[in-house]
Write a new protein. Sequence first.
Length: 123
Amino acid sequence: MSKQGLNEEQFKILEPQMEKWVNRNHYGRKLAPWRPVVNTIFWVLRTGAPWKDAPRNKEFSHPSTAHAWLGRMQSAGFLDQFLEGLLKLAEQLGCIDAQRRSVDGFFSSGRGAGEQVDYGLKA
């Protein structure tokens, strides 16, 4: 996925699951097109950037729309199922090498730093 969003091959893999979820959970007014929404969600999850920094073009939705969809996906339990399915598919296709897995972390000292810091506050 680049700044242009999902390519056709990626889209075809995701489409069946998204269509099923969108159609099952659609009530009320017409929903925003889900492909730009998914592009925006994946961009934010992949880069770790704030929602406000998401690309603004026809391939991406407004960040508030994508954020709302992500909340619905998480509360319905769909996001976890969807990502697990993608992981299984990637493993089946040989896209993931289990020998090269790693975990990344970010550590930051409390505000003010130093030994006198207790839960981010200086003593």
